[in-house]
Design a protein around this ligand. Sequence first.
Ligand code: MLT
Length: 280
Amino acid sequence: MTRDRMLRLHVLREGEAGLLPLVLLHGFPLDHRMWLDVTDLLPGDRTVLAPDLPGFGASPSGPDIAAALGADRDAPSVDVMADGVAATLRSAGVDRAVIGGLSMGGYVAMALLERHPDLVAGVGLIDTKSTADDEGARSKRLEIARTVVAEHRVDAVFGMRTSVLGASNRVARPDLVERIEGWIRDQGPRAVAWAQEAMAARPDRTDALAGYEGPSVVVVGDEDELSPVPTAQHMVEALKDSELVVVRGAGHMTSNESPEPVAAALGELLARAGRAAARV
Ligand code: MLT
């Protein structure tokens, strides 16, 4: 994979060399900027990296990344996102990192666990789920994919500027609604369509969690309507060394609705991953 076909990797913070870096994977249909609030609150000794996933932000499209990865990768898939992240990190000299992912970013983190376990020193699963879509969710995604491409605009996903927030923050945080809408407006219809098709095709990854021995944390907003608390509990039950953090008064975007507990959970995960690395 040549460097110009890699994902754009943003250095959100330069930390101390030799300490495990934190890699943050964004949700749909957003880009690396959603992690700025959390980064401001993280321990300052860690390097924090955030790629734009295929087609989002400044990254090449899903088909371009798939082509760069090799043959038989025509269909949109979360595996292509994960392989693109792995290749991008390795090319930047990162062989091992703590991975945090929110929602779609969590699907990619779980694919990394399955496909690139050597890369993962710890995993933070935030407002996400390990289960696959049911038929209804899958056909809704494919309908949205068709609509955004036909309309050449991403209006069909504008509803997410509020549906990703907790019921109280939809009213109380117009600033956040506006920021999220701005991030959505900056994404292209083809990226939105490709990611919807990729997510529609993703498998159940509960077994990948069950097979993972390293440290993990699962974070969920108690008002998350897209990946609600029981889906978080399901992941914690599958994982061997995990903790559940329920963020009160937040929806699906805990990273921005309530970044303090998310940063604290990721900071604690980094410390646990550091202790685990020191033991081997
Ligand atoms: C996200 O926030 O990334 C989306 O809710 C993921 C999804 O559509 O499943």
